[in-house]
Ligand binder design. Structure first.
Ligand code: DAU
Length: 345
């Protein structure tokens, strides 16, 4: 019997993992531990909220007492850490919370897990730790880290801290590094849900730079399946890339969304680029495939169509979010950029 604590379980990828675990492993108790920052949302867990093996605790991974109390109360033997500040643009505007959650928080969680005798620890990291990938290279797990934003540097710090707890203290830990993830329940600040929900209201879509940046798009359920494979079969001390093997230029992803939304391309506005913007991410994921992991969503056109459909049918979910703090963030991030786009057109 496993008592698994899923930190950041009310976020986008964490909640997809929780929904999957609750249904696939009814004999496990799944304890969601989430700080409920702006991106945590209990609506993401409504489909499993009545399940007998679901529990929820509000808490911060950087709060040693809250973590210890939850470990003891639920006899936690397994930790899967999704808790993180995740948005690159926000990390450029204000890095503090990224360092506290993604580096210091991971340290506190690891140290508490080690002291409590946790049997298995999975840490969810990102392809951004490898930095900008030039030429036609595909990152492998042993490649050097070259993070370029406060976000990716803070994730690299957490990722390396996991390694140190394996090497120094023998903590049974694995790391996953996922690529750009999309699908239902994604906070509408990230490219796909942001542009879909803006386009639905016929608002301008701020394309950074020339829109020719390359990202590797992975469906959230395939990402959750990759974390599950690493949890069940990953070798202690190892890292596993979770890739979509689906490299796309941003501009093509945006055109595809607009096609499925039946909205005009004139909504796109080319705006000043993100500072330090990585041009290309690309990863090799053979190591994870060797554990038996496969993806279910390999038809990108169909997966984008169904993602668009989800946001269309769930506008009550995202309209609630696009108020208050969200609008303040929107103004800080986009007002000057969109004004600059207009003045050059
Ligand atoms: O690669 C994995 C990473 O993917 C995760 O570790 C991050 O948590 C996640 O946020 C994501 O990072 P990106 O910066 O790649 O995702 P984002 O959705 O912010 O942007 C995707 C691309 O679209 C990127 O090249 C920037 C561009 N973009 C994004 C926004 C929000 C625009 O052109 N305009 C925008 O308004």
């Amino acid at each position: 019997m496993k008592n698994i604590m899923v930190t950041g379980g009310a976020g986008f990828i964490g909640s997809a993992f929780v929904r999957r675990m609750i249904n696939k492993h009814p004999d496990w108790t799944v304890v969601v531990f989430d700080k409920m920052t702006y991106a945590g949302n209990l609506d993401n867990l409504l489909p499993v909220a009545q399940a007998p093996n679901y529990r929820f605790v509000q808490g911060d991974i950087a709060d040693r007492e809250a973590v210890r109390g939850t470990f003891e109360q639920y006899g936690i033997d397994t930790v899967v850490n999704f808790a993180a500040e995740t948005h690159v643009d926000r990390s450029i505007l204000s890095p503090d919370s990224f360092i506290f959650s993604n580096t210091v928080g991971v340290y506190v969680l690891l140290d508490s897990a080690h002291k409590h005798g946790v049997e298995r620890f999975v840490h969810v990291s990102t392809d951004e730790v490898y930095g900008d990938i030039e030429g036609d290279h595909f990152s492998v797990e042993d490649d050097p880290f070259k993070p370029n934003s406060p976000y990716s540097a803070s994730k690299a710090g957490g990722d390396l801290m996991v390694r140190s707890y394996f090497v120094t203290y023998g903590l049974n830990a694995v790391v996953t590094r996922g690529s750009n993830t999309y699908g239902p329940y994604q906070y509408p600040e990230k490219l796909m849900p942001f542009f879909i929900t803006e386009a639905l209201d016929d608002r301008p879509l701020p394309v950074y730079g020339d829109g020719m940046q390359v990202r590797d798009w992975l469906h959230v359920d395939d990402h959750a399946g990759g974390v599950e494979a690493a949890l069940l079969h990953g070798k202690p001390g190892e890292a596993y890339n979770i890739a979509g093997e689906n490299l796309q230029h941003n501009i093509d992803v945006i055109r595809l969304m607009l096609k499925h939304l039946q909205k005009p391309e004139s909504l796109m506005k080319f705006v000043p680029d993100r500072e330090g913007h990585d041009r290309r991410y690309a990863m090799n994921c053979d190591k994870l495939k060797a554990l038996g992991w496969t993806r279910e969503h390999n038809d990108f056109d169909a997966a984008v169509a169904s993602t668009v459909k989800w946001y269309l049918s769930n506008d009550n979910w995202w309209r609630k979010i696009k108020t208050g703090e969200y609008l303040e963030y929107y103004k800080r991030q986009y007002a000057a950029r969109l004004a600059a786009a207009q003045s050059t057109s």
